[in-house]
Design a protein around this ligand. Structure first.
Ligand code: ZN
Length: 578
């Protein structure tokens, strides 16, 4: 009986103020031209609307009622059908697109607010190793010895020094504190000597399965630790703060205030960037509810559970889709199969150039089969992190097996990242109606890393063109922290495949602007079975949209990332004005 849930857990779930069942579906997809015309709460006229609705791809105007689009059409249509009296906004030619949907985000609000940031979370910015040491020294000065001093948002290819961060650099921060610098990709960290000493790792320690303690040419530890090998460090030393997963679920809600502040902060950031729906990788459910109660939730959450929350869902019979249009249980959070694309630890069928290293695999096929079967049987949408072709293959094998044993309609196995594909994987994905959540801003932000893979592999990486051509609804999954989540940067990269450094990789995978907008909106809705309520500007759907200062179609493609966001609207309510 591993799935028993405690009274506290039941109360936590019951307290979610959520309702189950289908959302209002009868209005959806119908033009409401014959509705009572005095009903609108807001009318928007004279806009250039990209609807992402194939039946009416462009429009000029719409009316909103009760947080949903009531009607969409030409300015004349909407003006004629609405009696005077309803508030009207003349958009004066501004461009409007559906609210952006990010299907993979760690929403690290507390990190942004409270931790030492040694890199820029949102933009391409180069830093010096000295600046990293200096920031961590300040934190060490405020931290008792033996307690961790940690830096976040490090990016190994955004360092002015042009070399790897080393154990000796971090020894300059402190000899009395364990020090870690975490790569923003989340799969590699860099430690000082004290941390290795506390973890009892030395040059003789063998690498564990699925991870490495990297060494220099003389065999000494160089400070870099990858994937599973990092686990040992989480078991030693004191940490000043609780993690989101610990707070308020099966233990007293320690750190709830921080979680609430962090979520409030990042919700504001999402609104500022036009992101109206986000798939959260776990996080504190009590904090999410509190932020909503406070009136500070500016984006819609598809909550992706793992660990105790997922076990409790299974025990209680809660399935994907439980909730309402603001907070809803979606797929599981990413179940890890392999390593990282940006940090070059993903599992490849060929060795990394100049090595015999083929990346890290975090699980066995048998364990993966068992996990997928358990969750699939419970009626919860599966979501696995699979970057390399080997990992994607393992996932499809596990899902094909589970689906054969327990056939379920419309299961849409979610593949987080799904970075390196080949024809056979695409065929199998199509057969399962798999829903991949690909990196979005990487084409622009991480072009400095693609040389590690080379053009031949990059032709098959982040393969939006191939996937869309196969009829697979590839969606946008920024993976923030690892990638910035700005949808404008994402769209520019998808359309150009050109990075900040001017280099273009895998240009065969370019997609059109129409397609890139759909990837960032409607395909995101499909990813969580919500295409009937969001993702396009369609009568009956939730009134989530973004007003842009310029029409994306009339500016140079390399300026898309700079277009000003004037307004973000969720459920007919303005949540950001710039
Ligand atoms: Zn992730």
């Amino acid at each position: 009986m591993t799935n028993r849930i405690s009274r506290r857990e039941m109360l936590a779930l019951a307290g979610a103020s959520l309702v189950s069942g289908p959302l209002v579906a009868q209005q959806v997809g119908q033009q409401s031209k014959n509705r009572p015309t005095d009903a609108a709460d807001l009318i928007v006229l004279n806009a250039r609307v990209v609807t992402v609705d194939p039946r009416q791809p462009r429009a000029q105007a719409f009316a909103i009622k009760n947080g949903r689009f009531l009607a969409v059409g030409s300015t004349a249509d909407i003006r004629n059908m609405i009696r005077t009296g309803a508030p009207t906004w003349d958009a004066k030619g501004a461009a409007i697109v559906p609210g952006f949907i990010d299907t993979h985000n760690h929403a690290p609000g507390t990190t942004l607010l409270y931790e030492v940031l040694v890199g820029n979370p949102f933009e391409v910015e180069f830093v010096t190793i000295d600046s990293i040491i200096e920031k961590l020294r300040v934190r060490a000065g405020q931290t008792p010895p033996g307690t961790w001093v940690e830096g976040y948002f490090f990016d190994d290819t955004k360092v002015k020094d042009g070399r790897q961060l080393l154990i000796r650099d971090l020894d300059q921060v402190s000899k009395d504190h364990p020090v870690a610098v975490h790569h923003r990709g989340g799969h590699t960290s860099f430690y000082n000597s004290k941390a290795f000493e506390m973890a009892d790792v030395n040059r003789q320690t063998p690498n564990p399965a699925g991870g490495t303690f990297d060494r220099d040419s003389a065999g000494a530890l160089n400070g870099r630790v990858t994937d599973n090998a990092k686990n040992i460090f989480s078991r030693v030393g004191k940490r000043q703060t609780q993690t989101a997963e610990n707070s308020g679920f099966d233990s007293p809600p320690v750190g709830l205030d921080r979680e609430v502040a962090g979520l409030t902060h990042i919700s504001k950031m999402f609104a500022r960037y036009g992101v109206t729906s986000v798939h959260h990788q776990g996080g504190s459910l009590p904090a999410i509810q509190k932020v909503r109660t406070n009136g500070d939730l500016k984006h819609r959450i598809s909550y992706e559970a793992s660990g105790k929350v997922l076990d409790a869902m299974i025990a209680a019979g809660i399935q994907s889709g439980f909730g309402d249009e603001w907070i809803r249980f979606g797929a599981t959070s990413e179940h890890l199969i392999d390593g990282s694309f940006s940090e070059r630890t993903m599992a490849l069928s060929v060795a990394y150039a100049g090595t015999n290293y083929k990346g890290n695999i975090a699980t066995t096929q048998d364990d993966l089969n068992a996990w997928v079967e358990k969750v699939h049987r419970a009626g919860i949408q599966i979501n696995c992190h699979a970057n390399g072709d080997v990992a994607i293959g393992m996932y499809l094998t596990a899902f094909e097996r589970a689906q054969k044993l327990f056939p379920g309609a419309d299961a849409r196995p979610k593949i987080t990242h799904c970075t390196l594909i080949d024809d056979d994987l695409v065929r199998r994905m199509k057969g399962l109606d798999a829903v991949p959540a690909l990196f979005t801003t990487y084409a622009y932000y991480n072009s400095d890393k693609f040389g590690f893979y080379g053009e031949d592999l990059m032709k098959r990486c982040m393969a939006f063109r191939t996937l869309l051509d196969a009829g697979i609804r590839a969606a946008a999954g920024s993976d923030f922290s690892p990638g910035p989540f700005d949808p404008r940067m994402a769209i520019q990269g998808m359309v150009t495949r050109t990075g900040w450094d001017g280099k273009t990789w895998g240009s065969n995978q370019k997609i059109s602007l129409d397609e890139a907008i759909r990837v960032n909106t409607l395909n995101g809705a499909y990813n969580s079975h919500e295409e009937n309520v969001k993702g396009s500007i369609t009568a009956g759907k939730l009134a989530d949209y973004v007003v842009l200062a310029e029409d994306l179609y009339s500016i140079p493609v390399d300026k898309i990332k700079d277009v000003k966001i004037i307004r973000t609207v969720v459920g007919g309510k303005t949540v950001y004005e710039g």
